[in-house]
Design a protein around this ligand. Structure first.
Ligand code: SF4
Length: 350
């Protein structure tokens, strides 16, 4: 019998599953507490559960995490770490951990590879799409990395391999469990989801969970965005910005607009002007991202002088602007660089 991974359940679904095997509901709460409050992932170590109950649970369920091998943890000069994790079927996924002040942030993958094929991204162009990750494999990255580091992760970004809004059912289960006071109990401000622009599901999802939203925009016109980000051919800028206007922002909330700076492609003041125009009716903050070179794309990073001029233009128009310090570029862990390099070997070929 194929065992079900408990990390694929919300608490309500887990209670139902426990009742279906004729165990009392309080057993579900006990196991849940071991997993989410004590971070214990083996039934054998759950000391308040009888041997007979453990055996019954073992017959039907598992709590497998993706595996981390010491050899597949790379540390960057800037302190960030890249983890290659292996799932139970042998697929390999990447997670990054970044440190800033007291914050420990993990960047989670939602797929093995990605079908969206953004031209400047190694995941989309060098790996392509392999498969969706189950909820247990997404939240499992967090638990496996915390276990490895013996440290708690304080914030979570869905910015690794894959488009989380194309893996919607599993992303929702993970968000439920990250936010639930009965599970991980993260604050909504500790979680950021980044999307390339799957317009129809953005507002319903963000308005339901009230987490932070980042949009990988990168190009301010349909012609250019469709050229470099094929998702724009399906969900163009008009549809995307109509969706963004439907996102309910509270208090100081804003939408982060991610913009990768590509020399002579999207970094002129005309581009900045076009960007201001399309973003002018939404509360946004711009996050300018230095381009990390990948083999499959011929673009070059913008010069610092160009980035400074672009930034100054946006600031003068009254927008908030931050410059992302790309982490882990020396270990291929920067934005767009995730391509499953294990030592010198490529694990998944095209
Ligand atoms: S940038 Fe994001 S959405 Fe685009 S191909 Fe890469 S992983 Fe997919």
């Amino acid at each position: 019998m194929l065992k079900k991974n408990i990390l694929n359940f919300t608490l309500a679904a887990w209670e139902k599953a426990v009742e279906e095997i004729k165990l009392p509901r309080f057993r579900a709460t006990q196991v849940w507490d071991w997993i989410y409050n004590k971070r214990v992932f083996t039934f054998a170590d759950m000391s308040n559960i009888s041997l007979a109950t453990k055996e019954e649970l073992e017959k039907h369920f598992c709590i497998d995490l993706p595996l981390i091998d010491d050899k597949n943890v790379a540390s960057s000069a800037d302190g960030s770490q890249k983890f290659l994790l292996t799932t139970t079927d042998g697929a390999v996924i990447e997670s990054m951990v970044m440190y800033a002040n007291d914050r420990v942030t993990i960047c989670l993958s939602s797929m093995v590879g990605c079908p969206l094929r953004c031209a400047f991204c190694a995941t989309g162009t060098e790996i392509g799409f392999v498969r969706m990750l189950d909820a247990c494999e997404i939240i499992g990255q967090l638990f496996a990395v915390e276990k490895y580091l013996k440290n708690k992760v304080t914030s979570i970004v869905f910015m690794g391999m894959g488009e989380p809004l194309l893996n919607l059912a599993n992303t929702k289960i993970v968000l439920e469990n990250l936010l639930s006071p009965n599970a991980c109990a993260y604050s909504r401000n500790a979680i950021t989801l980044s999307t390339a622009g799957i317009a129809p599901v953005i507002a319903p999802l963000i308005n339901k969970y009230r987490i932070r939203l980042a949009v990988s925009l990168h190009f301010p016109t349909d012609a250019q965005r469709s050229q470099y980000m094929p998702v724009n051919c399906t969900h163009g800028l008009k549809e995307l910005f109509t969706a963004l206007k439907q996102v309910k922002l509270e208090g100081n909330d804003y939408i982060t607009i991610e913009y990768i700076m590509l020399k002579d492609i999207n970094d002129s003041l005309d581009h900045a002007r076009a960007l201001v125009k399309i973003c002018s009716h939404i509360k946004v903050k711009f996050n300018l991202i230095p381009y990390n070179k990948i083999a499959s794309f011929e673009g070059e990073p913008s010069s610092q002088k160009t980035i400074d001029a672009f930034t100054a233009f946006l600031l003068a128009k009254g927008f908030r602007v931050s410059m992302r310090h790309s982490r882990g570029t020396d270990i291929s862990g920067g934005c767009g660089q995730f391509a499953l390099k294990k030592d010198t070997h490529t694990i998944i070929d095209d």
